[in-house]
Design a protein around this ligand. Structure first.
Ligand code: PTJ
Length: 259
């Protein structure tokens, strides 16, 4: 299969951003970065982005700031990267890693042959110098998890105090929280298990959320650790999720009056 973009999308197309993100996911499928289920996950996310109005809301920005503060004030933060995240925002992930000092680790639900190397290659192409969780480095296991996400790096997720798990599929978050680790996620679905179990959930499209997190991390970098910790500790995730749901409900109610 070709790894080329399938069609030329004119930049003035009203759905340009959305179509380009689909192209990235489809291209990722061809290069093994994305798994087949990643296509379904992407569609699920896109439908919820309609509810959000395809823009970063104030609660998304506030969560991104708290997340950046938590990463900057952690002892050993790790950015866990799956196929969809690597296909959509490889450069922003590398930038976030550089600004916060959090290392990148490949962690896949569908750890089929060649995929971990493909995700690593996508990150290295985007400028990553160190990528954990690939080949022999993926030599530790988390007993609390039964599926492939249990395979981790002994230098990374195994010993991390904070783990960023964008576009996650469920029970790993609970396991990481049970291990005493702090979990941050990006998820357009405020009702997902990961969104509800994480300590900080950025309800936004990862395409917008990651650049905002980088921006916030740049602004906060260098502030006293006590200030960063206080900012992160002040985040109330349940309240953030409730605000996201109220925002979506109000938006849909207003739209219903226009149709
Ligand atoms: O690459 P792998 O093997 O690790 O597998 C990755 C996928 C994404 C296939 C796997 O983690 C999965 O199946 O995820 P789920 O259960 O579909 O959950 C993904 C969550 O991310 C859902 O709640 C989606 O709404 C959300 N989501 C999807 N696309 C985006 C998103 N959230 C933010 N931005 C997006 N672009």
């Amino acid at each position: 299969m070709s790894a080329k973009t399938v069609i030329d999308i004119p930049s003035n197309h009203p759905r340009y951003a959305s179509l380009m993100s689909r192209e990235k996911i489809v291209e990722g499928l061809h290069t093994k970065v994305v798994t087949e289920s990643g296509l379904i996950a992407h569609g699920r996310g896109e439908s919820l982005d309609y509810f959000l109005g395809e823009a970063t809301a104030s609660f998304g920005r506030a969560a991104a700031r708290a997340a950046a503060a938590r990463l900057l004030s952690s002892r050993h933060p790790i950015l866990s990267v799956n196929g969809n995240a690597a296909a959509l925002v490889p450069e922003a992930l590398v930038e976030l890693s550089e600004v916060t000092g959090a290392l990148l680790e490949v962690n896949l639900f569908y750890r089929t042959p060649g995929r971990e190397e493909a995700v690593e290659a996508a990150l290295r192409k985007a400028g990553a110098k160190t990528v954990l969780g690939v080949g022999e480095d993926a030599s530790a296991t988390l007993d609390e998890i039964q599926h492939a996400r249990r395979i981790v790096s002994p230098r990374g997720i195994l010993i991390a105090d904070t783990v960023f798990v964008p576009l996650e599929d469920g029970d790993r978050t609970e396991a990481l929280v049970a291990r005493g680790q702090t979990v941050i996620t990006v998820d357009l679905n405020p009702l997902s298990r990961t969104a509800r179990k994480s300590h900080i959930t950025v309800v936004d499209n990862i395409l917008r959320a990651l650049p905002v997190m980088v921006e916030e991390a740049r602004a906060l970098k260098g502030k006293p650790q006590a200030e960063l910790k206080a900012l992160a500790d002040a985040w109330n995730n349940s309240a953030g999720l409730a605000e996201a749901l109220r925002f979506m409900a109000a938006r849909l109610t207003a739209l219903a009056q226009e149709v």
